[in-house]
Design a protein around this ligand. Structure first.
Ligand code: ATP
Ligand code: MG
Length: 483
């Protein structure tokens, strides 16, 4: 139970806190910030997020001049993400994910968790350091070639950094002695860093050597049950991309070195996509060209339609694996007849960091980032007037507004930033705000001090500017889905 004190104190703390954290004028009239001593933080109170304090180093360097990116092909999402202080290059194919990106990624992870757990997925976390023995058992130690990042420990034992985890998860399940058909379908997934020594890392987070992937593995009693599970995962992927507002196509795909009989890719059509797709103009048939003979132009499904080529970014991949891994690692269960049987498997990947970059790639303009609404790092940016302007006195209303929003709409806490760089004009800050892609920007001007205060609200998705009362504003923002 919460101690009573915490329920009584928040307002008092909030006052105290506001006087400490919000910018004050120093004798020269410039804004200055006072750090709040850690001891004054109640766990109920979040500091106002001030744009001047966010670690989002923008425009540090011209992308073309950065030596760490020399030789790397660049693209729009990468350029926008570098310029907006979302990522920073480290070494080829590896990036620092800066705070705004981490916020966005955490949101994406929550949406993925909801969808995977919605079909019965259970989250775990497997070691990235995988022994060569496991990979030799499946024969992929040799098959993967140079893409596998290999290393030796101090005892001379060979390891690789996991690029995917079929071997690891199957051996885990094989170690469970009392597994029965009652546990099935068993869906295990993780969202972790994966490592691949890509020959040509490029396009920022779209093709890295170290990246986040969601990988799920399914275990079923029979081939028929495995196909049902496969179908339910594909449906969950379709729902996920729809929630993000991404128009992905599910195409028939090659099974590659993962093996198995049935496979689909979820492709986001984009000019810089590295996959070539053939889409039927007449029916839903769509395929990666790798699965068809290269000169094919007629649709194999409806026979009448013509296949049209398009490029796509592969954001997800599903495989029906059958018994390929379960046989090798002896992943068995007790069936309804009380006999030992080998599990049927499937595996399902989603490129978490690639989805973020791909969404920015297809949704943004050349100058301004557009996020899928659910994934925007912050939902709202509040702009007080320029210091020294006629409207100076309404600045405090902007600060109040941030607190009112937090109190009236608790879900928005942590989602509202105050652009306190009041030495800059509104126009300049508005430009920054649209560059960073806040879904809602609120300009606090003279009309905010009228008897019925009105706020100028710019909705990035529709491009609409509205003048709303406080209630109107609460109505609008109350409807924003926060994940
Ligand atoms: P690609 O053909 O693009 O190299 P893949 O088919 O080798 O990808 P999978 O093994 O199917 O990739 O991995 C599952 C998902 O992980 C992919 O659908 C993709 O979204 C993501 N992914 C794969 N490689 C990378 C990478 N180098 N950087 C970022 N994401 C990646
Ligand atoms: Mg793939």
């Amino acid at each position: 139970m919460e101690p009573i004190m915490h329920q009584v104190w928040p307002r008092v703390f909030q006052r105290l806190h506001r006087t400490l954290i919000l910018p004050k004028r120093n004798h020269s009239g410039c804004a200055e910030h006072t750090a709040v001593p850690a001891s004054t933080h109640s766990r109920h109170i979040r500091p106002t997020l001030l744009v001047s304090r966010l670690y989002q180093p923008s425009n540090l360097r011209d992308v073309g001049q950065d030596t760490r990116l020399q030789g790397e092909m660049t693209c729009k999402s990468q350029r926008l993400m570098l310029q907006a202080g979302l990522i920073h290059p480290s070494n080829p194919g590896c990036y620092y994910y800066l705070p705004a990106t981490v916020r966005s990624m955490e949101k994406l992870v929550r949406v993925i968790d909801q969808e995977m757990q919605g079909i019965g997925g259970q989250k775990l976390d497997m070691p990235s350091l995988c022994t060569a023995d496991l990979w030799k058992t499946s024969e992929r130690w040799d098959l993967m070639g140079k893409e596998l990042l290999r290393l030796k420990d101090r005892h001379g034992v060979d390891y690789c950094l996991g690029p995917t985890h079929e071997e690891a998860v199957t051996t885990l399940v094989a170690h469970q002695a009392n597994l029965s058909y009652r546990h099935f379908p068993l869906l295990l997934y993780q969202i972790t860093r994966k490592f691949r020594d890509e020959p040509k890392p490029k396009f920022g987070l779209l093709r890295g050597r170290e990246f986040y992937m969601k990988d799920m593995y399914s275990f079923d009693v029979s081939e028929e049950a495995a196909y049902q599970t496969y179908e339910s995962v594909c449906q969950a992927y379709t729902r996920l991309f729809a929630r993000l507002g991404l128009h992905c196509v599910q195409v028939q795909a090659d099974t590659g070195n993962i093996g198995g009989k049935l496979s689909h890719e979820f492709q986001l059509p984009a000019d810089i996509g590295e996959d070539r797709l053939l889409l039927c103009g007449n029916c839903p048939f769509s395929a990666n060209v790798e699965t068809l003979s290269s000169d094919r132009t007629d649709c194999p499904q409806c026979k009448t339609g013509t296949l049209v080529e398009s490029k796509g970014i592969e954001v997800g991949h599903t495989f029906y694996l059958g018994k390929k891994y379960s046989k090798v690692f002896n992943a068995t269960f007790t069936n309804a007849q009380n006999k030992l049987s080998i599990a049927e498997m499937g595996c399902y990947g989603l490129g978490v960091t690639r989805i973020l970059a791909a969404a920015i790639e297809v949704m943004s303009t050349e100058e301004e980032i557009r996020w899928p609404g659910l994934l925007a790092p912050y939902q709202v940016c509040v702009l007080p007037p320029k210091k020294g302007s006629k409207m100076d006195e309404v600045a405090v209303l902007a600060e109040d507004l941030v607190h009112i929003l937090g109190e009236a709409l608790p879900r928005l806490r942590g989602e509202v930033v105050l652009d306190d760089r009041t030495h800059m004009t509104i126009g300049k800050r508005l430009k920054d705000a649209s560059r960073l892609g806040y879904p809602y920007v609120i300009v606090v001007g003279q009309s905010a001090s009228e008897e019925t205060p009105r706020f100028e609200v710019i909705c990035q998705r529709t491009g609409e500017t509205m003048f709303l009362s406080r209630d109107g504003l609460l109505d609008l923002l109350g409807g924003v889905e926060i994940v």
